[in-house]
Design a protein around this ligand. Structure first.
Ligand SMILES: [Zn+2]
Length: 491
């Protein structure tokens, strides 16, 4: 019976795959402020071990391999020799190895702490700490985190599993990509609040200097942000979600598939920082699921160049702001005003006549930051989001909006499907907004020219003057009605 035979072979293959696994153990050494890491594989030994050259969300070559010390490889319990080549992220083990141990020092990056070890706490972001044995990325990965000092608890958005050793918290991931996309915090002074949205558990996890941080208002504001975001996408694409609040910590925020790590001041309020939270949460969809082809899958060994960072960062920021208005957490007029300020800021950047949003996105790897070429793709990207949204609403008399483009991109990219091609956003804008959107897109995204506001704003019942974007009292009634519909959902 061929069917049964093949079914049995398939089952054997699955069992073999399940039997092969990689196990990672991470423990803090507070005396040196280092993490002590062990990676073990069973099954066939590997001849190469690598660390990522960069971390998703932070588009710069960092070479995490260059930070490791005390790197030792083993095969069947015996230490074996390794060689490092020109690539600082790669080790070659001629005899093959089934285990490596190494140390990683505490260090902060632009958007996140890569690793921070203190007397009673450890936080780490996967790419800075966890490497991989070549050929072994796609099997089951287990993460063991040492619960130290006594009384420590751990938080990580990966699937938890029972640990046979109570001194460790244990998690499982289907592959290396998932493993390193879930930062971990472990310590004795972490404060957490669980809340449920659409039947799924969510957590505010506050650490670092969290002793006086009031979690309750954050949980209720986050609930409203999550609900409004789910209205756009129709679902929440994870089992659980964790907002990891690094209170008093350095850097900004970094998005992950089912969590985010955000640095918040000790006196941060919902009003001051809810758009920041919404930005990181929108990334759960836009960046973590809606991905351009160079991100699907990620290649951690070299730059993943895309012209779409204006969409992935700037339009994420646009959505963060309008979701807060829809959720009743920010006012419509104050949000219009903040876009007006951004229009003024962009008008002060003379490089807007030399560098397009597309080029600024592509060249971030050379520039080492989002504004290195004189045009910040966060700033201009947010304004492009506003412009495309207004134009689609105007062209369709308020029947469609940028939400339709966002949802279509999501449906094409989610569930591990291939990423979007560089021309897809333009195609979808034209599909939902009509042919006029093509020229608007080209001028706003691809060309280094003034954004075509004069073409869009008057038809929409908005006026702009020296940093002020507001409802135009002289607009015709249709245009006024369109403006009043912004930024709410279309019927
Ligand atoms: Zn972002």
């Amino acid at each position: 019976m061929p069917f049964r035979f093949f079914a049995a072979m398939g089952l054997l293959a699955v069992l073999a795959n399940l039997a092969w696994a990689a196990t990672y153990t991470v423990a803090a050494d507070p005396s040196s402020r280092e993490a002590v890491v062990e990676v073990e594989i069973d099954g066939a030994p590997s001849k190469e071990f690598r660390m990522p050259a960069w971390a998703p969300g932070d588009y710069r070559i960092v070479n995490f391999g260059s930070r490791l010390s005390n790197v030792k490889f083993f095969l069947n319990g015996e230490e074996v020799q390794s060689e490092t080549g020109a690539d600082p992220n790669s080790w070659t083990i001629a005899a093959g190895a089934d285990r490596v141990t190494y140390r990683v020092p505490s260090r902060t990056s632009i958007f996140t702490e890569d690793l921070r070890v203190s007397a009673n706490e450890m936080f780490f972001n996967g790419p800075a700490v966890l490497g991989w044995f070549a050929g072994r990325q796609n099997e089951k990965h287990t993460l063991r985190v040492a619960l130290a000092p006594a009384g420590a608890v751990a938080y990580c958005a990966l699937d938890p599993v029972d640990s046979p050793d109570p001194k460790f918290a244990m998690y499982t991931a289907p592959d290396y990509d998932t493993l390193i996309d879930a930062p971990v915090v472990v310590g004795t002074a972490i404060r957490a609040k669980e809340f449920t949205v659409h039947g799924k558990p969510h957590y505010i996890v506050a650490f670092n200097r969290a002793s006086n941080f009031d979690l309750d208002p954050w949980a209720s504001a986050a609930t409203r942000v999550i609900q409004e975001t789910a209205r756009i996408f129709g679902e929440l694409p994870y089992k659980r979600y964790m907002f990891l609040f690094d209170i008093g910590g350095p850097g900004g925020g970094l998005e992950h598939a089912s969590s985010t790590r955000m640095a918040l001041r000790t006196n941060a309020t919902v009003h001051s920082s809810i758009e920041f939270l919404a930005h990181e949460f929108v990334h759960t969809f836009n960046v973590k699921r809606i991905r351009p082809k160079p991100f699907a899958p990620y290649d951690y060994t070299k730059p993943a160049m895309t012209g779409a960072l204006w969409w992935l960062e700037g339009v994420t920021d646009y959505y963060a702001r309008i979701i807060c208005v829809r959720a009743g957490l920010k006012g419509r007029a104050e949000t219009l005003n903040s876009f007006g300020r951004d229009m003024f800021l962009l008008s002060q950047q003379s490089r807007r006549f030399q560098v397009s949003a597309d080029e600024s996105s592509r060249r971030v790897w050379e520039a080492n930051n989002s504004a290195g070429f004189g045009i910040d793709y966060y700033l201009k990207g947010g304004l492009i989001g506003l412009m495309l949204d207004l134009a689609i609403r105007a062209e369709t008399k308020g029947e469609r909006s940028l939400d339709d483009v966002m949802l279509a991109l999501y449906n094409e990219s989610k569930d591990g499907r291939v990423g979007f091609s560089e021309t897809r956003i333009r195609e979808l804008c034209v599909l939902f907004g009509g042919s006029a959107l093509g020229d608007i897109y080209d001028e706003a995204v691809l060309r280094a020219v003034e954004m075509p506001w004069q073409q869009v704003l008057p038809r929409f019942g908005l006026s702009y003057d020296r940093g002020r974007l507001q409802d135009d009292p002289f607009a015709n009634p249709d245009a006024m009605m369109l403006a009043q519909g912004w930024p709410y959902r279309t019927p």
